[in-house]
Design a protein around this ligand. Structure first.
Ligand code: SAH
Length: 491
């Protein structure tokens, strides 16, 4: 291999065959976890190239090199891949909120399934049915296949745009008035945006109006540098089914000048507005919310539905951002739970009780556990709202401690559902599940790597992973959600 000779190698010289600033040719062979094209140079060096796609030959400008791999920006597509499409959003490249708009939606769905398959095979050491790598050869492999995990095609959206029910927009000041949109990648400079194609139209409309009306009343945007100015963020939530709108003004201080005029104008201009809330955050931080929330006008909550379950959504409560696909995901979870009406179900990491309540009507009793106290308060309120209080029990605390305590109190579960954060389930929880040995485990996951890791632990504890269904909750982004069904095999 020809290595370039440099006169003065830097102290920590890397042995990469390319240098920063150099234009190199690369063949793109895959998509990385952040949506970048994975390229190979002629020397076999790996370059992560933003904007490049599998099957393409590209010219890329090297930006950063390490020993084993480097990063580069796409300079020119020499041979275009079959799945490349024109990103419909005019600010796609600057924004960074989406990573896959240049890849056709069908290809995004295929890629998301493949990520799950790869994780199950490499990390979970599971055999995936119909997957080339997993040994299930042509015809004779039927025995092996029967034992393998089925990974279904990703369930995508018929219309994969305008799916978000929540917008969180940083506000800045320019000569013409207030701007709001997103931070230019890698900076804290706010770029104005009026239209986001993955946002519900109503959210975009509300953000535009708040910027204009607040600007006209002379309300100044918060300045991160000086710590002065008032309006930091505008957060808008909309109920897809109800049309309810909540506006949250995050301010650097209590007093909003001309607040009555502001509220009057917003109510006049925004149909469906049910709640206008102020959250006060005076700390110089990039955390959006402060501790104090006050209702300026209207109600403390807006309402929305997932399936026929109603939810009250407050300014601070967590609620799934894609309600259409949430219904698809929970429908799958319900299906996998295989309920007939009398079962005891445990819903670990239950948040505001979304899955618990979704399952409660078909089960005997559902126990939900969640570490955030406020979320449990919301879950209980939601149970009341749906007249399901007698069928559910919610408790705040770490799932890995609360579930063993329930077990000691004699609770035995027919089905355990888990929906952990990205880091996956706590090891103690997995061993408790193994000991409780419910007939079925339904694992809802937002991270295929930790899903695969945990499935391996559960397999070793006596479970068999039957099938995995990826569901596209976040079209045009690299996020991959899936739900897995495990059944007790015994040991
Ligand atoms: N199932 C819910 C929320 C899933 S998000 C829904 O679909 O809406 C994961 C949740 O796990 C978060 O609400 C987080 O607060 C909670 N969590 C994180 N660690 C936990 C732990 N050790 N025990 C219980 N809950 C935990």
């Amino acid at each position: 291999m020809n290595r370039m000779k440099r006169k003065k190698p830097p102290a920590a010289a890397v042995q990469a065959p390319v240098a920063v600033g150099q234009l190199v040719e690369a063949d793109v062979v895959g998509i990385g976890h952040d949506g970048e094209g994975v390229g190979r140079t002629r020397d076999g060096y790996t370059l992560f190239i933003r904007g490049a796609l599998p099957g393409e030959k590209v010219l890329a400008r090297v930006e950063h090199v390490k020993k084993q791999y480097g990063y580069a920006a796409l300079a020119q597509v020499q041979v275009q891949g079959a799945d490349r499409v024109e990103p419909p959003c005019p600010i796609y490249a600057e924004c960074g909120g989406c990573q896959l708009q240049h890849l056709s939606y069908e290809a995004q769905l295929r890629w998301k399934r493949q990520l799950v398959v790869d994780a199950l095979e490499r990390i979970g050491k599971l055999t995936v049915q119909g997957s080339g790598a997993a040994g299930a050869g042509a015809d004779g492999g039927s025995e092996a296949q029967a034992g393998g995990v089925t990974v279904h095609p990703t369930l995508g959206m018929a219309e994969p745009w305008r799916y978000r029910n929540k917008a969180q927009v940083p506000i800045g000041q320019e000569q013409g008035g207030l701007v709001g949109g997103f931070y230019a990648q890698g900076t804290h400079r706010i770029i104005d945006m009026d239209d986001c194609l993955i946002q519900h139209e109503k959210n975009d409309d509300v953000v535009r109006k708040v910027k204009r009306v607040a600007g006209e009343l002379g309300i100044r945007a918060y300045d991160e540098g000086t710590g002065r100015g008032l309006l930091r963020h505008v957060v808008v939530k909309v109920g897809f089914r109800t049309g309810d709108v909540m506006i949250v003004l995050v301010t650097n201080g209590e007093k909003i000048q001309r607040v009555d005029e502001l509220l009057g104008l917003l109510r006049e201009e925004i149909p469906g507005v049910k709640s206008i809330v102020q959250n006060i955050n005076t700390v110089q931080t990039n955390v959006i919310f402060g501790d104090r929330t006050v209702v300026l006008w209207g109600e403390e909550y807006i309402r929305d539905y997932i399936g026929d379950v109603q939810f009250a959504i407050s300014a601070r409560s967590f609620y799934q951002v894609n309600p259409v696909q949430t219904e698809v995901l929970y429908g799958k979870a319900l299906d996998y739970a295989g309920l007939t009406g009398g079962e005891t179900v445990i819903d670990a990491y239950c948040g505001i009780g979304t899955i618990s309540l979704f399952l409660a009507r078909q089960a005997g009793h559902v126990y939900g556990v969640e570490i955030v106290r406020d979320a449990i308060a919301d879950a209980r309120r939601n149970a009341e709202l749906n007249e399901l209080s007698s069928r559910v029990t919610f408790e705040a605390g770490p799932a890995e401690e609360v579930i063993p305590a329930w077990r000691r109190q004699g609770v035995s579960a027919d089905v355990i559902v888990v929906d952990p954060p990205r880091k996956g389930c706590d090891a103690a929880l997995l061993s408790t599940i193994g000991e409780m040995a419910p007939r079925r485990v339904v694992y809802v996951s937002c991270n295929p790597a930790t899903l695969a890791r945990d499935l391996r632990v559960l397999e070793d504890a006596g479970y068999r992973t039957v099938e995995v269904q990826p569901v596209d909750m976040f079209p045009h982004t690299v996020h991959v959600e899936s739900v897995a069904l495990l059944v007790w095999n015994g040991k």
